[in-house]
Design a protein around this ligand. Structure first.
Ligand SMILES: NC(=O)C1=CN([C@@H]2O[C@H](COP(=O)(O)OP(=O)(O)OC[C@H]3O[C@@H](n4cnc5c(N)ncnc54)[C@H](OP(=O)(O)O)[C@@H]3O)[C@@H](O)[C@H]2O)C=CC1
Ligand SMILES: C[C@H]1O[C@H](OP(=O)(O)OP(=O)(O)OC[C@H]2O[C@@H](n3cnc4c(=O)[nH]c(N)nc43)[C@H](O)[C@@H]2O)[C@@H](O)[C@@H](O)C1=O
Length: 329
């Protein structure tokens, strides 16, 4: 189907919260972010969620994605499916991070437009910004300098996703928006020992050390990088807020506004888990970007605000981890 044959009204914006029977496709619904969005939508009374596991629908397969949209015709799409990982995974599998993410987002965004979806929200990441961006990082720092080398392939794919949403809005007046979350954590995170992000990696390592009676736990890098963490339930809240309130060309930052050093984070996770041994720093591992605190004042100015403190969020996540001791690859 050519873009001119699309089944789209061309209207600028459609209310989201007023029709709880609308069909909402949450792509990636079993992941950290997708599962939190599903919990949030269900709590609001959305009764017609369209969900597919990776094995039911591989979003890298263009023909399958087209057939899915043609058959299901969702009203709204929230794109939380992606190839995701921490600093080691990004650094080790650059081909996967650029190719899979470009394929998923290109297929989903283009098919959603062609099959009459009223509004789509694309999720990027704070790694889209230059390694040495001004802090806190405003949205207009995008494409003003070189990227952090450990995740530039992922970042380039995410920047392409923002630009694709902007291109479809400009050319077709289609309501595609982008949110850029900071580092996230919470239930259903990936706790893989090497491929995960720092917070779940440390939670698992401290937990296993406590259970095994180990005296030391290794933490990567120097401990000096600063990171901003947001509980995934706050992000899910922001996603629903943006679906309802925002229809603009520019992507929006979504952060907690609070940053900690990796050393402070490690001490806090250690305390929440109850590990009593020592930390050992492995400086052969990369630190990544020195600091990435986002300026989320645009979203805050519209009325959204985060609710979960890092300590509360860690306690909640550790409860979930111990009750659901699972590991994702
Ligand atoms: N986690 C974080 O700290 C941050 C995440 N984000 C963004 O949020 C979004 C979601 O991330 P997050 O929830 O953490 O990631 P997860 O890895 O937890 O979840 C990703 C989901 O996407 C699915 N998926 C991956 N590949 C495919 C595919 N080819 N076809 C169908 N489904 C697929 C996965 O299924 P399966 O596991 O079966 O492959 C999984 O359910 C991403 O866009 C990410 O960039 C942004 C900033 C920070
Ligand atoms: C969300 C974001 O996530 C990634 O960027 P990152 O913020 O650098 O992610 P990270 O959580 O993996 O590391 C944060 C810091 O923590 C240190 N660190 C210590 N000990 C462990 C550890 O055990 N595991 C990990 N992963 N890091 C550790 C680590 O050395 C680094 O200094 C991007 O690739 C990109 O995908 C992206 O967008």
């Amino acid at each position: 189907m050519g873009s001119s044959d699309c089944q789209h009204s061309g209207s600028e914006s459609s209310p989201f919260l007023s029709d709880k029977s609308a069909k909402v496709f949450v792509a990636g619904h079993r992941g950290l972010v997708g599962s939190a969005i599903v919990r949030k939508l269900q709590s609001l009374g959305f009764a017609n969620l369209v969900l597919r596991t990776h094995s039911e629908l591989d979003l890298t397969r263009q023909a399958d994605v087209e057939s899915f949209f043609a058959a299901e015709k969702p009203d709204f799409v929230i794109l939380a499916a992606a190839k995701v990982g921490g600093i080691h995974a990004n650094n080790t599998y650059p081909a996967d991070f650029i190719a899979i993410n470009l394929q998923i987002q290109t297929n989903v965004i283009d098919s959603a437009y062609k099959h009459g979806v009223k509004k789509l929200l694309f999720l990027g990441s704070s790694c889209i910004y230059p390694k040495l961006a001004p802090q806190p990082i405003p949205e207009d720092a995008l494409l003003t300098g070189p990227l952090e080398p450990t995740n530039e392939w992922y970042a380039v794919a995410k920047i392409a996703g923002i630009k694709m949403c902007q291109g479809y809005r400009i050319q077709y007046s289609w309501d595609a928006i982008s949110g850029m979350p900071t580092n996230l954590y919470g239930p259903n995170d990936n706790f893989h020992p090497e491929n995960s992000h720092v917070l779940p990696a440390l939670m698992r390592r401290f937990h296993e050390a406590k259970v095994n009676g180990d005296k030391e736990v290794v933490v990567w890098g120097t401990g000096s990088p600063l990171r901003e963490f947001l509980h995934v339930d706050d992000l899910a809240d922001a996603v629903v807020f943006m679906m309802e309130e925002y229809s603009g060309l520019e992507h929006l930052n979504v952060g907690s506004g609070k940053e900690v050093t990796i050393k402070e984070l490690a001490e806090l996770v250690k305390e929440v888990v109850g590990f009593e041994g020592e930390l050992v720093w492995d400086s052969s591992k990369p630190d990544g970007t020195p600091r990435k605190l986002m300026d989320s004042s645009k979203l805050l100015g519209m009325g959204w605000k985060p609710k979960v403190s890092l300590r509360e969020g860690l306690v909640d996540t550790y409860k979930w981890y111990t009750a659901n001791a699972i590991t994702k690859q």
